[in-house]
Design a protein around this ligand. Sequence first.
Ligand SMILES: Nc1ncnc2c1ncn2[C@@H]1O[C@H](COP(=O)(O)OP(=O)(O)OP(=O)(O)O)[C@@H](O)[C@H]1O
Ligand SMILES: Nc1ncnc2c1ncn2[C@@H]1O[C@H](COP(=O)(O)OP(=O)(O)OP(=O)(O)O)[C@@H](O)[C@H]1O
Ligand SMILES: [Mg+2]
Ligand SMILES: [Mg+2]
Lengths: 255, 255
Amino acid sequence: MKILVVANQKGGVGKTTTTLNLAASLAATGRKILLLDIDSQANLTTGLGGKKAYEETTITDVLLDDASLESLIQRKPDFNFDVIPGSPDLISAELEMARVPDPTSILKGKLNLLAHKYDYCLIDSPPSLGMLSVSALRAADKIIIPLQCEHFSIEGLAAMQRTIIEINEATSSNLKIDGILRTMFDQEKERAREISEKLEQSLSQQVFSTIIPRCDLLAEAPSEGKPIMYIDPDAKGTLAYFALAGEVIMKFEDK
Amino acid sequence: MKILVVANQKGGVGKTTTTLNLAASLAATGRKILLLDIDSQANLTTGLGGKKAYEETTITDVLLDDASLESLIQRKPDFNFDVIPGSPDLISAELEMARVPDPTSILKGKLNLLAHKYDYCLIDSPPSLGMLSVSALRAADKIIIPLQCEHFSIEGLAAMQRTIIEINEATSSNLKIDGILRTMFDQEKERAREISEKLEQSLSQQVFSTIIPRCDLLAEAPSEGKPIMYIDPDAKGTLAYFALAGEVIMKFEDK
Ligand SMILES: Nc1ncnc2c1ncn2[C@@H]1O[C@H](COP(=O)(O)OP(=O)(O)OP(=O)(O)O)[C@@H](O)[C@H]1O
Ligand SMILES: Nc1ncnc2c1ncn2[C@@H]1O[C@H](COP(=O)(O)OP(=O)(O)OP(=O)(O)O)[C@@H](O)[C@H]1O
Ligand SMILES: [Mg+2]
Ligand SMILES: [Mg+2]
């Protein structure tokens, strides 16, 4: 199982939208896919028509106690993938995690127990660099950073790069940014084109050639609880996420 | 001094852009303005041409130790306001705050020491509901929630409302949402118009009549380190934030 973590401290750059629609596209190729929502907003969960987890056992119990990820799996047969829902109690989880030894190593261990069941696990993370995001990054096989071609977003990239270096030094890992994804891209905006070209020049190896265009249906799809491909198979957003799935397979499966 | 807190757990809704440009507009009326950046991304700080605080003493030392806010004030004479910069070490501040008694009450106490110097203090908060955001909300005289007229953003509003109720119950306060600000609004999008109308119908008292349109210059201004009014005084974004300043003065100063 390859663990793909979609992360960026910068808010509103398309992390949830990317996790959800890339997963749907990968599942459409017949790959076995698990989605994991570790954001207390639980947008990935509600964007698929689910309810935020308020039950007895949630993802927080997996991070803090002996609960298993397997017990939280919800099947989404319509979309050919499974989801482990997020929960508002993730807000307080970070504070409690500070009390256990090496808290940010726990998620990776629990995910390993599911390795035989799935081809990919995609993790949607919160807009922060706290213990939840670090837990996801430490579990990652591949790291995908969505960003907009705007000033604050590009600044956020430097913060992500610094954080990954710090994690590698502290835990002797070898994490790197595997894919930078340009989202909500508007070809008409000169500033966005300039920033996009600079990214290609300076980080050509890491930047996905697939660019996700601004597409209103991507913002509307969550209100219907479905990935965009199940609403309009020919929408710009659908085709862009199919292309991304293709590129992810080519790049991450060494085809 | 009135403390205006700009908050929303949802990322990328225009918190920083609103704090920065509303402050500039209020300052242009001759009011004495202080900006406080408690987001570890420190976009408010860098969006005004400043450097993220890495010095000896930062805002984290104010929240955790005896440092004063006054010692951190940076003057911005070009924009007629003062700024207390954000810092990347705010990331670890939340964990350390958990060790002191009633940590989220500290910011309000420290801000009170500056009350005689300013008419308004505007606080830009991170996209989360952790201790930093709760500290800001507990210090607030007025709470402004920027949001986009999109599905995930509206969901975020319910989370903010719940959080405010929880804070009121836990600390016997009487916080409420004073202003909901529609940002990056695109009149052409039918979905956005529908969501906007529903907001007006259900929360008419709280929704600002000023709507901030999508305006590319607002996204470009931070790369020049200036509020938009100092780049193009006639831009749609400039005029919208002037209108918002007027509405804030009318509504919050009981004119
Ligand atoms: N390509 C796109 N075109 C148009 N709208 C988009 C696109 N991608 C995402 N959106 C919308 O933009 C907003 C931000 O996207 P999303 O919520 O996925 O970002 P995020 O990084 O997960 O945010 P957060 O930091 O709050 O977790 C959402 O309302 C979403 O529906
Ligand atoms: N009215 C607007 N029109 C066009 N772009 C805008 C507008 N307001 C904000 N932006 C841009 O949208 C992006 C998100 O705005 P901003 O960073 O202010 O949101 P935020 O809520 O502070 O994000 P975060 O959750 O990461 O703190 C930024 O790149 C900003 O420049
Ligand atoms: Mg998200
Ligand atoms: Mg911000």
